[in-house]
Design a binder for this molecule. Structure first.
Ligand SMILES: *Cc1c(COP(=O)(O)O)cnc(C)c1O
Length: 402
């Protein structure tokens, strides 16, 4: 499929013939004019309805996103972080329990485990996909392990066949942190329909972003879905009668209405991301900078992401070896190319988790990834000229010619 840059209400965009001079990591203002009108209409609809909490927009969004994923139950929540917390609470996970998660991930993965009073048990990641693998997970299991929380980092599922089989054998829950991977698939199954719970984020930088914070919990289990729905509204059912202590984990009706506008456009946006990624790979290969061994690139080359099947490319992350990542980032910055380091400090080395007693060197793949990875602009509305501009800048910097 061709990348179809959706376009853009104002003139600050690259158009054919106009040379590219800068490319942001993400530009949320490039909104297709038709979508812009639909978003405004959705806003008006909610505004005059007076129905701002729960209600028909939330119910309709949940139905639509459940249908898209093939999930039995979808529960709109206040953020991806709250989705993880709600999943953990619904499983009754708390003090004395352990949850296995990768150390190389966004903070909320382990933060949510910590906040329910459980212990995050960190594991290393695969150097090609940056996801946790069954070997390391299997070694981390103890009698206290209540759940495994694999993360689908950058938009690609972990090896879920081995993880779910392992968990099922031991009656351990699987909470998919699919915050970066809405509509990614693992062997035909949509992220969020594979584990006990799936957790998603609609933070604006995610592949489906709302206009603020929002998230989603999915499950195939009716009883767990019911419990999560009750915990979402303080644990009261009927209202004001509490057998459980929950929280306020509701998604806004307004955000649900806005997401309903964006949801039908997600497939085309994903194709555009994948086309941008494919173009990068082609340009890097042509220039001779694509490493033959991407997990450990030779000097002067870069490691391209290990894409197995269904990567929705929420982020396009390259690996720069030899301690040159920050120099390459600076060189790109000088050419006005926006980049980001996801993530500079693996979670086992975060100060707030010092009491867990981890040390440097414990998870070498994660620690090396934190020093070598760099995310390039890959958002769907990029023009091919912009992708070429970024690629040229990366190639020059990788060769040290910047
Ligand atoms: C974004 C993200 C979250 C948290 O989502 P929020 O909506 O920002 O709370 C959790 N895990 C991962 C892997 C993420 O990327």
């Amino acid at each position: 499929m061709n990348p179809q840059p959706m376009h853009t209400p104002d003139a600050a965009r690259t158009t054919a013939g106009k040379p590219v001079t800068k490319v942001p990591l993400l530009d949320l203002t490039r909104i297709d004019p038709q979508q812009l009108a639909e978003l405004r209409a959705a806003f008006d609809r909610v505004l005059v309805s007076g129905h701002y909490i729960m209600g028909p927009e939330v119910e309709a969004f949940e139905k639509e996103v459940a249908a898209l994923l093939g999930a039995n139950h979808a529960i709109g929540v206040s953020s991806g972080t709250d989705a993880l917390i709600l999943a953990l609470m619904s499983l009754g996970i708390g003090p004395g329990d352990e949850v296995i998660c990768p150390t190389y991930t966004f903070f909320a993965t382990a933060g949510s485990i910590w906040r329910v009073g459980a212990k995050p048990v960190f594991v290393d990641s695969d150097p090609l996909t940056y996801n946790a693998t069954i070997d390391t997970i299997a070694k981390a299991v103890t009698s206290k392990t209540k759940a495994i929380m694999p993360v689908y980092l950058f938009g690609q599922c972990a090896d879920m066949e081995s993880i779910t089989a392992f968990a099922a054998e031991r009656k351990i829950a699987v909470i998919e942190d699919a915050a970066q991977a809405l509509t990614a698939r693992s062997r035909g199954k949509a992220a969020g329909t594979i584990g006990t719970f799936g957790c998603f984020s609609f933070f604006p930088s995610k592949n489906l972003g709302c206009l603020g914070d929002g998230g989603l919990v999915t499950t195939q289990d009716a009883a767990l879905a019911e419990k999560a729905r009750i915990l979402r509204v303080h644990g009261g059912k009927p209202k004001y009668y509490h057998k459980m202590v929950g929280g306020n984990f509701r998604i806004d009706a307004l955000q649900a209405a806005l997401l309903r506008v964006k949801l039908p456009a997600l497939a085309a946006a994903t194709s555009a991301r994948q086309c941008n990624a494919a173009l990068y790979a082609e340009l890097f290969a042509k220039a001779g900078v694509a490493a033959k061994t991407p997990a450990s690139p030779a000097p002067g080359t870069i490691g391209l992401p290990g894409i197995h099947g269904d990567h929705i490319v929420n982020q396009y992350v390259i690996r720069v070896p030899g301690g040159r990542r920050d120099a390459v980032k600076d060189a790109l910055g000088k050419k006005n190319v926006g980049t980001e380091v996801y993530y500079p400090v693996p979670l086992h080395l975060q100060e707030c988790f010092a009491s867990l007693g981890h040390r440097e060197g414990q998870f070498p793949h994660a620690e090396r990834a934190a020093k070598e990875t760099l995310a390039l602009p890959v958002f769907p509305e990029l023009s091919t000229d912009e992708v070429r501009y970024v690629a040229d800048a990366v190639i020059a910097a990788a060769k040290g010619a910047s």
